[in-house]
Design a protein around this ligand. Structure first.
Ligand code: AMP
Ligand code: MG
Length: 326
């Protein structure tokens, strides 16, 4: 069985192709970026509409297969931005009809975890999923993927992007803040906000804004201090989830986990507690079609799944997903 998966929850339109043995055949994407300013859902939608056919065509070329060799189409049903999700769903529906193959909508957050398990060989990890809109600590327990910690306001990626906007350095901000932080030398105290298993970043952004406006701090030091503080918060909740679930594997997912400093901190925490840290390649940690394709295979390869209602689910919760492939 060969599945083509379509990702379009936010800034990225991606198409991935994988077979039921887990062999990657293609993973192509095109992401909407801006010079300044953040992501405009309607502009992102126009971006996706403009690139979708080319991305899918390139995925087929990379995989060296013809469209009629595809046996299954999957797409990211949510969570995500409705205008963006619609583009992926419409393309997926169109292809499924044209090729006369089944269509399955999958959960984006869980797809991050499952592609990580496939490609890193982690068996039963706690996923630290840190992307633009999402920041969640997820683990499989009692027959479900449960959220053991999450942000109470913004995703850390969006927070970093907002911070980058305040600094006037463009979108996506994460990589730029990382570069700036390398040149930071002085740690400036910022609010550290962990509430039980959850984190919050809204107050930190306000605090950073005040510090930028005061003109008394170097932006390199602010970038460095921001990373140290917020990443420490992520490590704390991830470690607490590992202890609580008695799991000794940590898996990283989401664009922010491409950050080398965050990876270093995760590795250290895992070493200190005798656990292992699994870090997939960047091209599967960021949003991508491959993970959607693999999730489609997982949900359909037993051939038992009743197809879910084909519509987008912008607010779909990880713990609302019925798991029948594990
Ligand atoms: P995703 O939604 O998973 O594709 O992740 C997007 C987020 O990841 C954006 O907020 C980016 O700023 C952030 N990001 C991407 N690459 C990096 C990086 N190298 N370091 C930190 N953040 C990053
Ligand atoms: Mg994501």
């Amino acid at each position: 069985m060969i599945c083509l998966g379509i990702e379009s929850t936010a800034h990225t339109f991606g198409a991935g192709i994988i077979d039921d043995k887990g062999k990657t055949l293609a993973n192509v994407k095109d992401s909407y970026t801006t010079v300044s300013g953040g992501i405009h859902p309607s502009e992102a939608r126009r971006h996706h509409e403009a690139v979708c056919d080319k991305v899918i065509e390139n995925a087929l070329i990379d995989a060296d297969i013809k469209a009629h060799e595809i046996n299954l189409i999957s797409f990211s049903q949510g969570p995500g931005l409705a205008p963006c999700l619609v583009v992926g769903m419409e393309k997926a529906k169109e292809l499924s009809k044209k090729l006369d193959v089944p269509l399955v909508g999958v959960n984006h957050c869980i797809a991050h975890l499952e592609i990580g398990r496939l490609l890193t060989k982690a068996k039963d990890p706690v996923l630290l999923y840190v992307s633009g809109a999402n920041t969640q600590v997820i683990a499989y327990e009692g027959g479900k993927y449960r959220i053991f910690g999450e942000t109470l306001d913004n995703g850390v990626g969006n927070f970093l992007d907002a911070f980058a906007r305040l600094l006037g350095i463009g979108f996506p901000g994460g990589p730029k803040i990382y570069e700036l932080a390398l040149k930071g030398k002085n740690y400036i105290e910022l609010p550290y906000v962990v509430k039980g298993m959850d984190i919050s970043v809204g107050g930190i952004l306000t605090n950073l804004k005040q510090k930028i406006n005061s003109g008394s701090y170097k932006k390199e030091d602010l970038a460095y201090s921001c990373q140290e503080t917020v990443f420490a918060m992520l490590i704390e909740v991830a470690e607490r989830a590992m202890a609580h679930c008695e799991k000794n594997e940590l898996l990283l997912g989401g664009g922010v986990c491409c950050n080398k400093r965050l990876q270093e901190m995760c590795n250290k925490m895992c070493n200190d507690r005798g656990s292992r840290c699994f870090i997939p390649l960047n091209n599967v940690m960021v949003d991508n079609g491959l993970m959607i394709a693999w999730q489609g295979i997982l949900e359909m390869r037993n051939g038992t799944k009743k197809l879910n209602k084909v519509d987008i689910r912008p607010y779909w919760r990880t713990d609302d997903v019925k798991v029948d492939w594990r």
